[in-house]
Design a protein around this ligand. Structure first.
Ligand code: FES
Ligand SMILES: [Fe+2]
Length: 393
């Protein structure tokens, strides 16, 4: 790639160090960033039959995604109206005709309406119509179930519109899981995970396998309406690692995709933290969620169109192998970055033009939480006051 000499016309600093691992800011982020934006909860193929469900927890909220007897997918707060228990004990499963709370046994119909109260004579008359499970706003985009715990703002379809034509040929809605759902807890602020995902500058050194697959073709684009796009045509020759070489050799022609995407990788990152990663043979969503100021969860799953051909199975295995290496490498790199910030010698960062995505993401956070403009840590009371000002609907 030929680059013009860089100029000094943009701010190359990152977020202030105090913004990482800050307990009060973590609460503000849950409220402003995670409850008020669309989050990818899962895929419709996980709940093919009436009564199938999966759960999705984020930012101290709990969602229950349920396929009803009428085949409709609904999303509820996983919150019993009696005393707030979860109404499903497992992460995913099947309810025959009712959802029965594991605490005292109140039951709900699959459409969320209250069905029975345990020991009803122990209560005065209860108006059942007032005690159904509370709905959560949701939208299904190409088979992916997005939820938004607090409303307002554009729909998923509107947000994704600039990328609709590019994503549609992958036929995500027809895909099935090809791997287990995974969750990884990391002892690190979630923003450190997103930071590393927002730049490809580290790929040539930090990800040897991925770099052999992409070569110099990798490009990160500036975000558009909260979506960041990266793209790389595969580098067809010169791979030394056997997994990359064999992946390139075995990968069958993806006839459902346009020529430009048959041997290429596409990455769409949906603000705040849902990543859609498309290969010609498979698709993965993953997501970073805060669990606390210095703990986060990375969760996701891989999917593909039904295809039992041996060469396709082998290509998918190799693709997963390359991606597993990449995420292990990222985990190490982000830990070193986060540790470095705690050092007395750390005095900020200087971003390359190839890391503009980090700055652009931080700008979106600054817009939602102007307190991030402060170089010095604000007092806990100041962040709390900002949080109290925004906690309503
Ligand atoms: S909390 Fe669900 S029945 Fe009591
Ligand atoms: Fe990486």
């Amino acid at each position: 790639m030929i680059m013009n000499k860089s100029t000094n016309d943009w701010n190359r600093g990152g977020l202030p160090v105090w913004a990482y691992g800050n307990p009060q800011l973590s609460e503000l982020e849950k409220e402003r960033v995670f409850r008020r934006h669309w989050l990818c909860a899962g895929h419709v193929s996980e709940i093919p039959n009436a009564g199938d469900y999966f759960c999705f927890d984020a930012a101290d909220e709990r969602a229950l995604v349920m396929r009803g007897a009428d085949n409709e997918i609904r999303v509820f707060h996983n919150l019993c109206r009696h005393r707030g228990s979860r109404v499903t004990a497992e992460r995913s499963g099947h309810c025959r005709s009712a959802i029965v709370c594991p605490f005292h046994g109140w039951s709900y119909n699959l459409d969320g309406s209250l069905r029975t109260v345990a020991a009803p004579k122990s209560f005065p008359d209860i108006d059942k119509s007032r005690f159904g499970l509370k709905p959560v706003e949701h939208e299904i985009w190409h088979g992916l179930v997005f939820v938004r715990f607090k409303g307002g703002g554009p729909s998923v379809a509107e947000t994704m519109a600039p990328f609709e034509a590019e994503a549609a040929p992958y036929k995500l809605a027809d895909m099935e899981p090809i791997g287990d759902y995974y969750e990884v807890r990391l002892p690190i602020d979630w923003k450190a995970v997103v930071d590393i995902d927002n730049e490809g500058y580290h790929v040539p050194i930090g990800h040897p396998s991925l770099h052999q697959l992409f070569g110099p073709n990798y490009v990160d684009e500036a975000p558009r309406g909260g979506i960041s796009r990266s793209f790389s045509a595969f580098q067809e020759t010169g791979a030394r690692l056997w997994s990359v070489r064999h992946y390139l050799n075995l990968l069958p022609e993806a006839e459902h995709l346009p020529e430009s995407h048959r041997r290429a990788w596409l990455y769409l990152s949906v603000f705040p933290a849902s990543v859609l990663s498309f290969y010609p043979d498979s698709f993965e969503y993953y997501q970073m969620l805060p669990l606390g100021p210095e703990e986060c969860l990375v969760r996701g799953r891989e999917y593909a169109l039904p295809d039992a051909r041996r060469e396709m199975r082998a290509a998918r295995y190799l693709c997963q192998r390359i991606n597993n290496h990449t995420s292990k490498e990222d985990n190490q790199l982000m830990m070193w970055f986060r540790e470095g910030m705690k050092s007395s010698a750390f005095d900020g960062l200087i971003l390359s033009d190839l890391e503009r995505g980090v700055r652009a993401y931080h700008d979106q956070l600054r817009e939602l939480m102007p307190i991030l403009e402060r170089a010095e840590p604000p007092s806990p009371g100041e962040i709390e006051a900002e949080l109290n000002g925004s906690a309503g609907n």
